[in-house]
Structure formats: C-alpha cells, structure tokens
Design a protein around this ligand. Structure first.
Ligand code: AOS
Ligand code: ZN
Ligand code: ZN
Ligand code: ZN
Length: 424
C-alpha cells in the first residue's frame, strides 16, 4: 500500500479554504507564529513496533485485520502514518520480536520511508523458546548469577542490533520485583540489578544513551525493583552520564504529579525519554490525550520550561516515544489520534506566556498563574498543527485521509484478515 503525493494534495484541496479561515483567525493568539511552526515541523514521535497490531488484555485478544506480519510491514505501516502526519518519522524496536534478518536492508527500507530508529527495547520479562534460564523470579535482580548473565547478554545483543540499524539508545524496562512480602531482599535485588545494568552500560557506544524505565506495579504486585523515578534516578546516577530516566505516563501510582517529576528530572539533566499514553487506572496504555489532556499539557509545559532552561533542543535531546496498546480501535487510527494529541499539547505549551507566568509566580498571583496556563490550554491549536502538517507535505486531516483512502481495507486486501503482529 502506498499513498501517492497527489492523493494527499487532492484531499487537502477539499478542505484548504476552511483551514485557511481557521488558521488566520488563530493568528491573533500567537506571538511568533513562524518559530512555533518551525518547532512543530521539527518535532517527531517514535512509534513502537508493538503498537501496530492489536494488543490484548489479560483475558482476550480480538485480532484486527491487515496487521503487519513482519518488521518490513511494520516499517511500511509507520511509513503510511508518517506520510499522512509528517510527525512520526521514527520507530522503536523490540528484541526479540523485531530481530532484523538483514539489518542493512531494514535500514535502507526505513530510510526510504524517512524513518529513523529511536530507542531499542530489550525483553527479559518473558521466556523465549529455547532459553536456558527462566525469568520467572526476575532477570537482572535474580538470585542466581547465571540468570543475571543471560539477561545482561541479551541486552548487549540488543545494543549490537541497534548499532547496525543506526539507533542511539536502549530502553531497559524490567518486570523484576516480587509478588509477596518475604519473597525478596530489596537491597540485594537493587544491588544485583545495578551490577547487571553496569555490565550492559559498559557496552554502550560513546554516543549512546541508556534509558532506565520505571514502573510502580505489574506484573509484580508487591514490589518492583525499578519502581519509581527515585529508584530509576538512583540507578541512572550510579551508572554514569549516559544513563537517564525514562518516564512512561502510565507507570505511576494514582494521582502522581508527573509534571513535577519531569521538571525535577530535567533540572538534574537526567530525563532521557518518554513513553506517551493515557490511563484512567494504571498502565492502561490508552490513546494519548484521551483521558487526561490537561495533564498532558501541564507535562509539556514543564518540558518546554525545563528544556529551554538547559538550552536543549526540543526535537532531538529527548527520546519521544509512544507506548500504547490497542484492543478496540484500529491501531493505525489510534496512533494517528495519539500523535495528534501530542502535537496539540506541545503546541499549546509553546503558547504559554512564560514571562507573564514568571511575574505572576513572583507576585504570588495564584489566579493569574492559573489563567495564563489555561488560556494556552483552551486555545484551539488544531489549525496550527494542521498548518505545520500542510507545510511539511502531510494531510490537513490524517484520520479523515486514512478513512477516505481506505488504508485499512487495502492492507487487509494485501495481508489478509487473519493476521497476527508480533508483540504483546
Ligand atoms: C511495560 O509496562 C513498559 O511500558 C515497556 O516500556 C513496554 O510496554 C514494553 O517494553 C513493550 O513490550
Ligand atoms: Zn513503557
Ligand atoms: Zn507500561
Ligand atoms: Zn504503558
């Protein structure tokens, strides 16, 4: 399935007039529109390879049709997304689900679609066929050194695949922890994990980063060995300057103030990357912005404030990734919505009048502080985001384009109705 440029132009023709009217009306609200547009154009979000197929709950899986059956088809899917929105020009791979048979071919296929490789993900939360030692009682924390070594070796393999593909980072998410009090010695689990992570860290090329992802619970329900941002920061600090904390929005205890966590990690120069998703209860992995869009905006507000304070590039200094799972929606439509939600929150946060906000804070003007943030949040920036897409050759309305061009129907024709994508 390929979407030709002229088809995108034809679609844009239909709605361009309405768009221009809305965009012009919005211009009054934006001070430096060119710099805002430039930032939106530069911004890209990596799509996780495991989100292109239908996921599952603990109870069932309802497969969709036309899912990608190989790494090649996953890249093709992201290529389609990127054609439509021009904001998802990166993929985050997962080993062993995405082992490239020929890294060179995969690399050129991705380049053809304008896609680069964001963080590689390792997997020591499942046992693979033929694997010598089981991860039932953890991987890097394990009481037996053979199991720890197996986990370390796997992570080194993942780095090596990443080097061949041109990735520059690895995300380590561990399901290690315990289900019951008494099962585990917390201190020994931490020390074993730190030792294992340092072994992996030693194999990082000099221009690589390691992201240590934390998660409060699940699949372990009494303790998690990288359980929160404090623990992740502790590992990252002890490991060295190439190690960073990765924030997955769904990995906190209820009502955690994620924007504050982000602000402090950035202040310490230890925020490395993001897994965007949304949730009502736990690690729900729902569409970004579908449940708590204001929280997403507040997070972006801190991100911009913190990155600007450190002179960081918004587009390249952090790993921007989605981590989601789709049980009822078409995965590609869901990803279109997620990318759009991220772009909207980013654009709104770019509109915050930081000078006025600082003044309000210095004068303890609580009311004005809130007003300034909500003014930006309540601005309908969709025409601004659409304008950025138009400028970069994408569609004014990616979701509508996806449906009008019958992309899923075509993928089903090509790949069949009963397809299963590798992943969770
Ligand atoms: C697990 O809960 C984490 O969010 C991981 O980042 C991710 O979902 C996993 O690596 C994908 O398999
Ligand atoms: Zn994650
Ligand atoms: Zn998760
Ligand atoms: Zn999640």
């Amino acid at each position: 399935m390929n979407v030709e440029k002229y088809k995108i132009e034809e679609l844009n023709e239909v709605t361009i007039k309405v768009h221009q009217r809305k965009f012009t009306a919005l211009l009054d609200e934006i001070r430096d529109v060119d710099s805002v547009l430039k930032k939106l154009l530069d911004f890209n979000i990596a799509i996780p390879s495991w989100a292109l197929g239908t996921g599952r709950t603990r109870f069932a899986r309802f497969a969709g049709g036309g899912e990608p059956r190989s790494l090649e088809e996953k890249i093709e899917d992201i290529g389609l997304l990127h054609k439509l929105n021009q904001s998802s020009g990166a993929i985050s791979l997962h080993i062993p689900w995405d082992i490239p048979k020929s890294p060179n071919d995969i690399r050129s296929l991705a380049a053809m679609h304008g896609i680069r490789f964001d963080a590689m993900n390792s997997n020591t939360f499942q046992d693979q066929p033929g694997q010598k030692h089981s991860y039932k009682f953890g991987s890097m924390q394990h009481v037996q050194s053979e199991v720890r070594k197996q986990a370390v070796d796997h992570n080194i393999d993942v780095i090596n695949y990443g080097i061949e593909l041109g990735s520059k980072s690895i995300t380590v998410w561990l399901s290690d922890g315990s289900c019951f009090p008494g099962q585990l010695n917390f201190r020994r689990a931490f020390e074993n994990t730190l030792e294992s992570l340092s072994e992996v860290y030693k194999h990082l090329p000099s221009d690589w980063k390691m992201f240590v992802e934390y998660k409060a619970f699940e699949p372990n329900f009494y303790s998690t060995t990288v359980g929160d941002w404090g623990q992740s920061l502790l590992y990252a600090s002890k490991l060295g300057e190439k190690a960073y904390t990765l924030v997955d929005l769904g990995h906190h205890l209820p009502n955690a103030n994620i924007e504050q966590i982000v602000a402090l990690l950035l202040m310490e120069g230890k925020l490395g990357g993001f897994h965007f998703n949304d949730s009502k209860y736990g690690d729900d992995d729902l569409t970004v912005g579908s449940v708590k869009p204001y929280q997403l905006f507040l997070i972006f507000n801190e991100l911009i404030d913190g990155m600007d304070a450190r002179g960081m590039s918004h587009s390249t200094d952090l790993g921007w990734m989605i981590d989601a799972s789709h049980n009822v929606k078409d995965p590609l439509e869901d990803l279109i919505q997620s990318v759009e939600a991220i772009m909207i929150a980013y654009a709104q946060a770019l509109l915050v009048d930081r000078e006025q906000l600082r003044k309000a804070q210095e004068q303890n003007d609580t009311v004005m502080g809130q007003e300034i943030l909500q003014k930006a949040f309540r601005t309908d920036v969709r025409p601004l985001v659409a304008e950025a897409r138009l400028l970069s050759g994408g569609t004014l309305n990616p979701l509508q384009a996806f449906r009008t061009l019958k992309i899923r129907e075509n993928l089903i024709k090509e790949r069949g109705l009963k397809t299963i994508s590798t992943g969770l």
